[in-house]
Design a protein around this ligand. Structure first.
Ligand SMILES: [Zn+2]
Length: 234
């Protein structure tokens, strides 16, 4: 193989390795984001449970207040009725009002009791969710920290080394070959391709016998007449 073509092939392999590591880092970043989203979601769930409990407590307070108000109203009616310094018609009205308010207060008291039961359940629910949440978040944070460590170590270690190697290979190339390779790399991840049974390994199209022969002779950089990739003999 022509020396410079071999150098280009080495460069391509180095680029392939850099690409693999970068892709791995990208997957790690995606995974980290997913874990962070999970933490946000779990915190939101917990907050929603707390808010639901607060709403029940608020409802319960206002229901108890209504019961108290209604109760004092009934007492006031009863007092007027007991004093008896009102007409028969008014007395009848008051008795009717007292009876209907007593029915209402009964309903409100039932509601208040239901709310108390719901609060009890919601409190247990919040307590359980809170207890579950802490260790789960701790576990997620530990996973995130491990991913961040891996990202940092890979960037500073493996990736830095591969980029150094790549830079050395590129620097050793004649400028014209390097320029040709970089121009092809804008379009192709593999600017250097082998000829396999007369076919370009990049575009999979048959190249001319003359091209095959020139590649085999190894005197110059030969490119595929279809896709312009730099060719070598397998
Ligand atoms: Zn081709």
């Amino acid at each position: 193989m022509l020396g410079v073509t071999k150098q280009l092939l080495d460069l391509q392999q180095a680029d392939g390795k850099v690409h693999e590591v970068v892709a791995h880092l990208e997957r790690l970043v995606v995974h980290r984001r997913q874990l962070e989203a999970k933490i946000t979601q779990e915190r939101a769930d917990l907050a929603a449970r707390r808010a639901a409990l607060q709403k029940l407590e608020l409802d319960s307070r206002s229901r108890n207040l209504e019961v108290d108000e209604l109760d004092s109203r009934i007492r006031a009616y009863q007092e007027r009725l007991d004093k008896g310094i009102i007409s028969f018609k008014e007395m009848e009205d008051l008795r009717t009002k007292i009876a209907s308010e007593k029915v209402r207060i009964g309903h409100l008291e039932d509601e208040a009791l239901d709310l108390m039961a719901a609060i009890e359940t919601a409190r247990e629910d919040v307590a359980r969710a809170q207890a579950d949440h802490a260790p789960r978040e701790e576990h997620l944070q530990a996973q995130i920290a491990a991913i961040e460590r891996e990202i940092q170590e890979t960037e500073q270690g493996q990736l830095a080394q591969l980029r150094n190697d790549r830079a050395s290979l590129a620097a050793a190339l004649p400028p014209y070959a390097s320029a040709q390779y970089e121009a092809l790399r804008i379009t192709f991840s593999n600017p250097v391709a082998g000829i396999d049974h007369g076919t370009c390994g990049g575009c999979k199209i048959r190249v001319s016998a003359n091209t095959v022969e020139r590649v085999r002779a190894g005197r110059e950089i030969v490119t595929c007449e279809h896709c312009s990739r730099i060719l070598f003999s397998l």
